[in-house]
Design a protein around this ligand. Structure first.
Ligand SMILES: Nc1nc2c(ncn2[C@@H]2O[C@H](COP(=O)(O)OP(=O)(O)O)[C@@H](O)[C@H]2O)c(=O)[nH]1
Ligand SMILES: [Mg+2]
Length: 329
């Protein structure tokens, strides 16, 4: 499953700073051949401490995290749907994404001009106005698409599956300043603005300062600001929540691997994310719980404790299942 998240927002809200920070955090989160495909597209490993534990237990040669693709989508400005800025160039990029990360400026700094050239004077109101501008542009773009589809439908009756932008789940990422990071009153007001969507609070400047730090150093650095996790960790948590995703793990000497699936996916469906043959030829899944494995220290100990289960076709996968699929091709 290729999870792809598009980063949108008005100019000068910190999108590119955050994109760089996210891809950089990912590069250091695992020894995975992280890649920037294009300057604005990056594949980032999902930080998962469980993989490190499994790698020790199995004396693994290779660790393969789940991945997320981020796209820094520039060009959304007031009037984009009418051709302002880059016009509608952003549309194709957003269509390919499962979720939108909408970055909203919530820091005060008059040296960095706001898109509307107004001074920073009311974070809450200006954040609301900015959000409305972006959401209106997305709506207008959809209306244009809708009328194009309607016109076409008159000619042919084929039923098209149009990925409307306003159907995409949105995670709001408020780019706050250092004060805002711990200002719970401001944060709850900003949350209120966008609910029921998920809202997360990050400081792009601090994220930028952490480039070059490993995960342990990041945690320690952020703790000194009263923050638990970095932007990558927060965004992925919110994205999994919003999209109803979870991970399962496969582990062995050759490889420890994390995989992303939908909550509620069955064992054969999970097998299918590894290989379609695994789903077609599914026989059974041998499963143990990650916490049991960690506590007991080896697969052998888990088996002896009676905690290694064999599950069939109807089994619903749980987050943190460590799985070995039996199949027949
Ligand atoms: N003070 C401050 N400046 C920021 C922050 N995030 C971004 N900037 C600055 O704002 C400018 C625009 O940032 P950029 O990431 O390019 O915004 P984009 O247009 O949304 O991609 C750059 O000069 C950044 O250094 C922040 O959290 N605080
Ligand atoms: Mg940019």
């Amino acid at each position: 499953m290729n999870l792809k998240i598009g980063i949108v927002g008005l100019p000068n809200v910190g999108k590119s700073t955050l994109f760089n920070a996210l891809t950089n955090a990912g590069a250091l989160a695992a020894n995975y051949p992280f890649a920037t495909i294009e300057p604005n597209v990056g594949i980032v490993p999902v930080p998962d401490e469980r993989l490190d534990v499994l790698a020790k237990i199995y004396e693994t040669d290779k660790v393969v995290p789940a991945t997320v693709e981020f796209v820094d989508i520039a060009g959304l400005v007031a009037g984009a749907s009418k051709g302002e800025g880059l016009g509608n160039k952003f549309l194709a990029h957003i269509r390919e994404c499962q979720a939108i990360c909408h970055v909203v400026r919530a820091f005060k700094n008059d040296d960095i001009v706001r898109a509307d050239n107004k001074p920073e004077d009311d974070i809450l109101k200006q954040a609301k106005d900015d959000i409305d501008i972006i959401n209106l542009e997305l709506q207008l773009a959809d209306e244009e698409t809708r009328s194009r589809v309607e016109a076409k439908r008159k000619k042919s009756l084929e039923d098209e599956n149009i990925p409307y932008l306003t159907d995409k789940p949105v995670i709001y990422m408020f780019n706050v300043d250092e004060q805002g990071l711990t200002d719970t009153e401001l944060q709850s007001k900003l949350k209120e603005l966008v609910k029921p969507a998920e809202a997360i609070f990050v400081n792009a400047k601090l994220e930028e300062e952490m480039s070059g730090m490993n995960r342990a150093e990041r945690k320690e650095f952020l703790e000194s600001y009263g923050v638990k996790d970095d932007a990558l960790g927060e965004l992925i948590k919110a994205a999994y929540e919003t999209l109803g995703l979870q991970s399962f793990l496969t582990a062995g000497k050759k490889e420890c691997h994390a995989w992303t699936i939908k909550k509620g996916a069955t064992a054969p469906e999970a097998a299918g994310t590894i290989h379609t043959d695994f789903e077609r030829g599914f026989i059974a899944a041998q499963i143990c719980n990650y916490d049991d494995l960690k506590k007991l220290g080896s697969e052998k100990a888990v088996r002896e404790a009676g905690k290694l289960r064999t599950e069939g076709k109807t089994y619903v996968m749980q987050d943190g299942d460590v799985v070995e699929f039996k199949f027949n091709v």
